[in-house]
Write a protein of this length. Sequence first.
Length: 264
Amino acid sequence: MINRDSTLGTILVIIPLCFVCALLVCLAVVLLQPLQAEQIVVDRSKSILAAANIEVANKDVTKTFNERIEARLLDLASGDFLSKEEALKITNGAPIDGYNFQSAAKLPDSSIQIPEDQDVAKIKTRAKYMPVYLVKNVTGNYTSVILPFYGQGLWSTMYGYLSLSTDGNTIEGVKYYSHGETPGLGAEIENPIFTAKWVGKKLADDNGNVLFNVTKKVSDPAYEIDALSGATLTSNGVANSIKYWADSNGYGPFLKKIKAEGVK
């Protein structure tokens, strides 16, 4: 009979226990995976609706998103939407609204390298295609456009959604949904008091020069908002991310087209 207090006895107890624990963890991962995937979709939908200033109860998120939001895949270089068939080829049949541009930006075939002198957002690469979300009113008319954007802050890459009116230039809302900035300082980018300051600001002048800025001293209130107190580098990162994505290397060609032709 094996002495339970011996080294061998301890090992014989630990091995089955580790096996059972590992099995339980694996089962939990497999069983919870569908719920996690569903929650990711719900969280994304809530953030997009928040950027569009559409308030909705948790139980109505998916229904409202499907009724009010139309996802399209945009070719950034041309500023044109892909057809549904073309988009599904790019996403391998997955829903367009969930196109993982973060992963695409890391793959050579689906990304471009950003020249260092143009990389004001400090993201190094970006996807060739980006999901764009068209917001519809109850009659089905387009009322605004929501653009995913991101850029480097002080400690992290800051991801958000920017809502623009159909003139392609007036900001209607912004929602930061992922970042690792300092709580109480840079993390205030998601504070409604800060994001409310964006509403009504213009991205660019009539010549297409991107003038939106986050600054300690506002000199042109049509384009500028106050920086976050004690978070200069985060504020600079916010401004630079908008400057990159609103310009010719980001959504610039698309914004130029909707300024001239409207949202189609």
